[in-house]
Design a protein around this ligand. Structure first.
Ligand code: PLP
Length: 396
C-alpha cells in the first residue's frame, strides 16, 4: 500500500492522537529501516528506545517464532514457564525480590503506584502522596499521568487522581521538603527522556533516597527508557549512588514485543496480594520468551562496554559540529542541545529526508537513541548527516 493510501485510511478511521512524520516504514534489519518506496534509513531512534538490539534481531525473532509455534496465550489463571524464567532473570539481574508483568511502560508504573500506596497504608498513612520531578514522564494511564506533571495539567482530561505532587527537577532541597509522613513514594526517571534527556544529579538522587528512608517511603525509579542497557549498564541506577526499592521496565525489554515489568526489591516484594492487581495478557508466553532472549543478549559486559564507548564517540563527534551547543545523557541516550535560533523540528525533518531517523523532544533538542549494537562507521555517518543538516538549517 502506498503512503498516500495508508494516510487516507488513517485519516478516516484512526483517532487523531498522533502527529506522524510522512514516512511509512515496511521493513527493518539491524540499524536500518526501509520505507514503502524502498528508501533506506539509519535508525537512531529505535522506536523510542524499543528496538535496542536493532530491528528483527535474530535471537528475538527465533524466540518469538519458536514460542508462537508452541503456545501463545493461556492467561494468568495458569502457570507458564517463559514468564517464570523471565521473572527469575529480571529479579536476579536487578533488585532481587519479585516481578509483576504488564504490557507497557505506563502499566508497569501503575503497578508501582499501587505498591507504593498499599505500602503506605500499611504504615498507617490514609492519604498517601507520590512525589516526582517537574518534566518527569511516566505514562498516559491515569495513575502514571498524575505523576507526569506537564500532562496532568490538562484540565480537559480531569479530574486527575489525587495524591501526586511535583518539585523542580534536580532540586534536592525542594525534594527533601516535599517528602514527609504522608509520602508513599518518590517516583523519578533517573534520566528524564521525553523532556529532552536531562540526567538527574547524584545529589538529588541521594536526597530522594535519604528522604524516603527517613519517611518510610519507597524510592521508585522509572527505568522504562533508561533501562535494558541503554546507558551502558543494564540499569541506569547502577551508575548512581542509590539503590531504589522498585524499578519499572518496558520499551527495550521486548525489543518490539509489548511487555512491561515492575520489579520490587525485598522491602516491597510482598506488598501486593491475590486480587490486588492483574492483567489478562501480561507476562504471556510470547512476550516473555522475546524478553528473555533480549535480556540474555543485552546483559553482557562486552555489549554494555560497547554502549559506553560508542556513546562517548557519538557525543565527542557531535560536540565538534557547528550548531551544537552541547550534549547530555549517558551511554547511548543522548540529548543534543542546538545553538540559539536553530529550530530542532526543522533539523529533525531535514534529517529524515537525508535518511537518518532521530527525535525532537523539545524545540532546541534532538534526541538520539541508536541501537546498542551500533558501530563506529554508522556513528560517523550519523554525525556527518547531522553536520550537513545543521549547515542547511542554519543557512535557510
Ligand atoms: N516512563 C518513561 C520514562 C517513558 O519514557 C515512557 C514512554 O515513553 C513511559 C513511562 C510510558 O511507556 P508506554 O508508552 O509503554 O506506556
Amino acid at each position: 500500500m502506498t503512503l498516500a493510501a495508508t494516510q487516507a485510511l488513517e485519516e478516516r478511521y484512526l483517532m487523531r492522537t498522533y502527529k506522524r512524520a510522512g514516512v511509512q516504514f515496511v521493513r527493518g534489519e539491524g540499524m536500518l529501516l526501509w520505507d514503502a518506496d524502498g528508501r533506506e534509513y539509519l535508525d537512531f531512534l529505535t522506536g523510542i528506545s524499543v528496538c535496542s538490539l536493532g530491528h528483527c534481531h535474530p535471537a528475538v525473532v527465533e524466540a518469538v517464532r519458536e514460542q508462537a509455534a508452541s503456545l501463545m496465550h493461556v492467561s494468568n489463571l495458569f502457570y507458564t514457564e517463559p514468564m517464570a524464567r523471565l521473572a527469575e532473570r529480571l529479579a536476579e539481574s536487578s533488585l532481587g525480590g519479585r516481578v509483576f508483568f504488564a504490557n507497557s511502560g505506563t502499566e508497569a508504573n501503575e503497578c508501582a503506584i499501587k505498591i507504593a500506596r498499599k505500602h503506605a497504608h500499611g504504615r498507617g498513612v490514609s492519604a498517601p502522596e507520590i512525589v516526582s520531578f517537574e518534566q518527569d514522564f511516566h505514562g498516559r494511564t491515569y495513575g502514571s499521568l498524575a505523576a507526569t506533571p506537564g500532562l496532568a495539567r490538562n484540565e480537559a482530561l480531569g479530574p486527575m487522581l489525587a495524591g501526586f505532587r511535583a518539585v523542580p527537577r534536580n532540586d534536592a532541597g525542594a525534594l527533601r521538603e516535599a517528602v514527609g509522613e504522608r509520602t508513599a513514594a518518590v517516583l523519578l526517571e533517573p534520566i528524564q527522556g521525553e523532556s529532552g534527556v536531562h540526567p538527574i544529579s547524584d545529589e538529588a538522587l541521594l536526597a530522594a533516597r535519604e528522604a524516603c528512608d527517613a519517611a518510610g517511603a519507597l524510592l521508585i525509579l522509572d527505568e522504562i527508557q533508561t533501562g535494558m542497557g541503554r546507558t551502558g549498564s543494564l540499569w541506569a541506577y547502577e551508575q548512581t549512588p542509590v539503590r531504589p526499592d522498585v524499578i519499572t521496565s518496558a520499551k527495550a525489554l521486548g525489543n518490539g514485543m509489548p511487555i512491561g515489568a515492575c520489579i520490587a526489591g525485598p522491602v516491597a516484594a510482598d506488598v501486593l496480594e491475590p486480587g490486588d492487581h492483574g492483567s489478562t495478557f501480561a507476562g504471556g508466553p510470547l512476550a516473555s520468551a522475546a524478553a528473555f532472549a533480549v535480556l540474555e543478549t543485552v546483559d553482557h559486559p562486552a555489549l554494555l562496554r560497547g554502549v559506553r564507548e560508542r556513546g562517548k564517540e557519538l557525543r565527542a563527534g557531535l560536540e565538534t559540529l557547528d550548531g551544537v551547543a552541547g550534549t547530555r545523557g549517558r551511554g547511548l541516550m543522548i540529548g543534543v542541545e542546538l545553538g540559539a535560533g536553530i529550530d530542532a523540528a526543522a533539523v529533525g525533518t531535514d534529517l529524515l529526508g537525508r535518511g537518518l531517523v532521530v527525535n525532537v523532544p523539545a524545540p532546541s533538542t534532538l534526541r538520539l537513541l541508536p541501537p546498542l549494537l551500533v558501530e563506529s562507521d554508522q556513528i560517523q555517518r550519523a554525525i556527518g548527516l547531522i553536520g550537513e543538516s545543521l549547515l542547511e538549517c542554519r543557512s535557510s
